[in-house]
Design a protein around this ligand. Structure first.
Ligand code: DX5
Ligand code: ZN
Length: 234
């Protein structure tokens, strides 16, 4: 049974989640403090194994280090070939929500079931070219769907609008399911994602390439709020 941290993630929505990939890993404590001061409520951790994606980032030691310096929920994006092997070590390190890629596993429903036994939130992610039908067996049981608007592996890529159609389709069928988008999200793309029904917006470049995180996150949140106002939603 996933706990209070998963509830905190849900209650934060609609929220901008900074993606820890392009931050200053040489001064992570300062980065976390700056993001917290900027109003961040949830952190998105991009874990890559150099096998499922052609990039290598970090593992449990960084998750454990973050856990020691923040109470913010840790939304861990597993871009790895073997999520089940590393799930428990990641939970022991402090992950609050584990999202695996449907492309990485043979039996996604079985994977969801095993991850749920760890007592954390469970998300499932799909790349832009992966058909939404691959998620069907899992949509009634996962805590979150992460719709990639770039091919997993790198920050700074261009937004792929294919993600919007997937968000709309899932939202239509599952009005209460937590939806997250990741990749190429900035002030020019975030409104369309919100209008498509997204709750959580992972942002890398549009925050970490700015000097002032408070301004960057404030601008993104303002676009979300404006999209809600125009739709008569709050
Ligand atoms: C890509 C990661 C994303 C990425 C987002 O594989 O999952 O979280 O860091 O970075 P931007 O916002 O620059 O596309
Ligand atoms: Zn990510």
């Amino acid at each position: 049974m996933a706990g209070a941290k998963l509830d905190a993630i849900k209650q934060a929505a609609p929220a901008v989640l900074p993606s820890l990939l392009q931050c200053d890993f040489g001064d992570l404590r300062t980065e976390i403090a700056r993001l917290s001061e900027a109003g961040t409520q949830v952190l998105h951790l991009d874990v890559m194994d150099g096998h499922f994606v052609p990039n290598l980032t970090y593992g449990m030691p960084i998750v454990e280090g973050l856990r020691r310096h923040t109470d913010m929920p840790l939304d861990v994006h597993l871009m790895i070939s073997d999520p089940l092997t590393y799930a428990k070590p990641m939970v022991d390190a402090g992950a609050d929500l584990l999202t695996f890629h449907v492309e990485a596993v043979r039996d996604p429903l079985e994977t969801v079931g095993q991850l749920k036994q760890l007592g954390v939130g469970v998300g499932i992610a799909l790349n832009p070219e992966t058909p939404i039908g691959t998620l069907s067996p899992c949509l009634g049981v996962v805590d979150m769907v992460l719709v990639m608007s770039v091919e997993a592996g790198f920050g700074g890529q261009a937004f792929n609008p294919l993600a919007l159609d997937k968000l709309k389709a899932i939202r239509n069928e599952y009005p209460d399911l937590l939806l997250e988008i990741d990749g190429g999200i900035d002030t020019t793309t975030i409104a369309a994602a919100r209008q498509a029904g997204c709750d959580l917006f992972v942002v890398g470049s549009a925050i970490f390439q700015q000097d002032d995180y408070t301004v960057a996150i404030g601008e993104l949140q303002a676009v979300i709020d404006a999209a809600d106002e125009s739709k008569g939603k709050r």
